[in-house]
Design a protein around this ligand. Structure first.
Ligand code: ADP
Length: 495
């Protein structure tokens, strides 16, 4: 069974072409494009193709909502309750949302239903708590020239940064949207959300949920469309104060340029080329499935994927063989089919791109122990494990965003750190060891925004997530994630 099983998903898909959610109402789209199930190639729906006029309308609606009494004057506790209500409604529709996510993106039911939708719910519940805890400071300034008998006192106000454009990628659509919406709403901002053109559907379902939760009109607006069209229009828009983006480093660079006009504040969660370092004392029973999950989960379409595996020479061959055996054992299929471990990639074009990296590696002398294009369909790619790679190969330097792992031996911890840090990225890393001191020493030495020990890809809304180098600017999640959406105003009073 690979079609929608829930009434919610079926009803959503049956409603015909999707429009834009602007100012609390659905607007008919003058032009549409198709979104497909990558596993079957079947068209799922027609969605609106927004451009500059829709960007203008959505930014205007968000600007009006920012100043509207219904939102600007909402008490913190009411905002917290609203965020919690959004979480409850997502939870109530978790099956339908998960199905839409599987159909639109290709991920497995388990990933959508048991990791990403709960992750989105967790974002709204976590930041619901913050809505009532946004406080400033009181400061006694050292100003010596107040008139006789008077002195200065000061305090700070934390204000919402303004209208936010949230541009999100296709790998985990609803979760990525929630990671931006939840803190921005807790801070009192208003938003225009643009999902990726490959996966626009869950954001449209979310618009209905936000409406039912009681979010005032215009606080969140949803525009579907292409990056170079509506995405670029939002990125350059003078009415947008803040751009929060998750996606490729290349697009991140373009956004830096687009944001220049009004000096938008930017949060950029970009690509990665994350290492997993397996020390000689690692517990291989834990490490093999853990490292496999770190690189193959969501068919490798995860920004933190641990694609460069470095293993101590004493265990490297054993690890590579075991990982390849694990990879061969993963069952490819439709994300909704029972027993599927790995779905398709997001589309045939991306599959060909991933395959090209592996072909190029093989031609340059790497050994491919497992994996490659699958005959299940043009978007399917069986998880690949390669050995005999060199650090200068393109597949070792660029983000592949597919289920491709390389295993490279090292001789000591110093060499492991040098190899792991030999990248322009710096998003995440993992270390696999049973030694507490090795865990501490390695996590201090690795250049990455997150280091896991004996795990890879562990996320929680409390845990700050950011990148070094080409992996981006700023931090999401946790208390710091809220800061992205707040500005400080200092009020100094001579009393
Ligand atoms: P990928 O290469 O993995 O598809 P992208 O960075 O291209 O990742 O896409 C992530 C998001 O950025 C998507 O929502 C996409 O539409 C958007 N996007 C792509 N190009 C631009 C652009 N020039 N301006 C604004 N948004 C863009």
């Amino acid at each position: 069974m690979t079609g929608p099983r829930t009434e919610g998903a079926r009803a959503f898909l049956a409603t015909g072409p999707k429009g834009f959610w602007i100012g609390g109402a659905w607007r008919t789209a003058p032009a549409t494009f198709a979104t497909h199930d990558p596993a079957t190639g079947a068209e799922l729906a027609q969605v609106g193709r927004a451009g500059a006029p829709e960007a203008d309308a959505a930014v205007a609606a968000a600007g009006a909502a920012l100043a509207s009494p219904g939102w600007a004057d909402m008490l913190p506790a009411a905002r917290a309750a609203l965020l919690w209500r959004i979480a409850d409604l997502i939870e109530a529709e978790a099956d339908a949302l998960a199905e839409i996510e599987v159909l639109d993106q290709g991920k497995t039911w388990a990933t959508a239903r048991h990791a990403e939708i709960p992750g989105a719910i967790g974002q709204f519940r976590y930041y619901a708590g913050w809505a009532t805890k946004i406080t400033g400071e009181t400061i006694r300034p050292s100003i010596g020239h107040a008139p006789p008998g008077r002195h200065a006192v000061a305090h700070t106000l934390r204000e919402p940064i303004g209208v936010v454009a949230a541009i999100v990628p296709w790998n985990s659509p609803l979760l990525m949207a929630a990671m931006k919406l939840a803190p921005a709403l807790a801070a009192g901002c208003t938003l225009v959300l643009k999902p990726a053109e490959e996966t626009p559907l869950s954001a449209l379902m979310l618009a209905d949920i936000l409406d039912r939760a009681g979010l005032p009109p215009g606080v969140v607006n949803v525009l579907t469309g292409y990056g170079e069209e509506v995405g670029a229009a939002l990125a350059a828009h003078p009415g947008v104060a803040k751009l929060t983006f998750t996606g490729s480093t290349e697009t991140g660079r373009a956004l830096v340029g687009a944001a220049r006009g009004n000096l938008k504040k930017l949060t950029l969660e970009l690509g990665g080329k994350s290492p997993a370092v397996v020390m000689a004392d690692a517990d291989l029973d834990l490490t093999v499935p853990g490292v496999a999950r770190g690189v193959f989960a969501n068919a490798g379409q995860v920004c933190v994927a641990g694609s460069r595996i470095y293993a101590h020479r004493s265990v490297a061959d054993q690890l590579a063989e075991a990982l390849a055996a694990h990879a061969r054992g993963l069952r490819l299929g439709h994300g909704l089919a029972d027993g599927t471990d790995l779905g398709p990639l997001v589309g045939p074009g991306h599959r060909d791109r991933v395959a090209a990296y592996v072909d190029e590696g093989r031609a340059a002398g790497a050994e491919v122990l497992s994996g490659g294009p699958s005959d299940l369909g043009p978007a399917f790619f069986a998880p690949a494990v390669l050995t005999g790679v060199r650090g200068d190969m393109r597949l070792m330097r660029e983000e592949i965003f597919g289920p491709v792992a390389t295993v490279t031996p090292f001789d000591d911890a110093e060499e492991a750190v040098a190899l792991a840090n030999d990248t322009d990225y710096g998003l995440a890393a993992s270390v696999w060891t049973e030694s507490l001191s090795t865990a501490h020493r390695m996590s201090a030495a690795l250049r990455a925004g997150t280091v896991w020990v004996n795990a890879h890809s562990y996320f929680s809304p409390e845990l700050p997530k950011g990148g070094r180098g080409l992996s981006g600017w700023g931090v999401e999640n946790g208390a710091q994630g809220l800061e992205n959406y707040l500005e400080t105003k200092t009020v100094c009073i001579v009393v």
